[in-house]
Design a protein around this ligand. Structure first.
Ligand SMILES: *Cc1c(COP(=O)(O)O)cnc(C)c1O
Length: 228
């Protein structure tokens, strides 16, 4: 499938979810997750009109940027090792995986301007998932005050792998409630306007529950096995 065709389907699905819940589709950024695919395929996404691209590993990110340049808005969406911060920091506009103080400290140190970060929340409670427990998020936000180059732009979460739509929905709702809590603190460094929720299998539910950034790989650009 051409990226352009996939994009149209996804945009329609987002529009439906917005209609159902009285949202404006313009509030939602589609991030093409290009980790499975070649730079050529990622370029096809850019040509189809996608302006936000996401990678989950430093090598993948730097390779794609080497080919495609800094013009797309790059999002780092994967687990970020502290020692990798230095190599990616100049190239990314958003880091979706802030989950510990040591990482915040390194980001703060390696950048000379504010970095837009999303705090990763483990709202499903699965052991295998990264991110802070919901009950630890507010304390973490308060601790980040000391880092002048960290902006808390939002929260990021992944729903559990399940067919049970209600479980997925409940997970997203937990994160939405947390966002409201962070916003109620009214900290200048924590506007927390973004909710990065929703992937190929659950982005419509995520949009219904308030997502502003959907991270879509398979359904948009495909994965390696489909691309050739
Ligand atoms: C791979 C990945 C995605 C995209 O997953 P798809 O199911 O292919 O849409 C989204 N978010 C993160 C953090 C990922 O690692």
């Amino acid at each position: 499938m051409k990226v352009r065709e996939n994009l149209e389907v996804i945009q329609n699905q987002i529009a439906d979810a917005c209609k159902k819940t009285g949202r404006n589709p313009e509030e939602i950024k589609i991030i093409a997750v290009t980790k499975y695919v070649s730079p050529e395929r990622a370029q096809e996404a850019i040509e189809a009109g996608v302006t936000h691209l996401g990678e989950n590993r430093d090598e993948g990110l730097l390779h794609k940027i080497g080919q495609l340049g800094d013009k797309p808005v790059w999002h780092f969406i994967g687990t970020l090792q502290t020692r990798k911060v230095k190599s990616i920091i100049e190239h990314v506009t958003y880091i979706h995986s802030l989950d510990r103080l040591s990482l915040a400290k390194e980001i703060n140190k390696r950048s000379d301007s504010k970095v837009r970060c999303l705090i990763q929340v483990n709202a499903s409670g699965e052991e295998s998932k990264h991110g802070l427990k919901p009950e630890d998020v507010i304390g973490f936000v308060q601790e980040l005050k000391q880092f002048s180059n960290i902006e808390i732009s939002g929260l990021m979460a992944m729903a559990p792998l399940t067919e049970d739509e209600q479980v997925i929905r409940e997970c997203f709702r937990t994160v939405k409630r947390l966002q409201a809590e962070v916003q109620s603190l009214m900290y200048d460094y924590a506007p927390c306007n973004e909710l990065s929720m929703g992937m190929s299998n659950d982005f419509q539910i995520a949009v219904e529950e308030g997502s502003t950034m959907v991270r879509i790989g398979t359904a948009l650009v495909g994965n390696e096995s489909e691309v050739h």
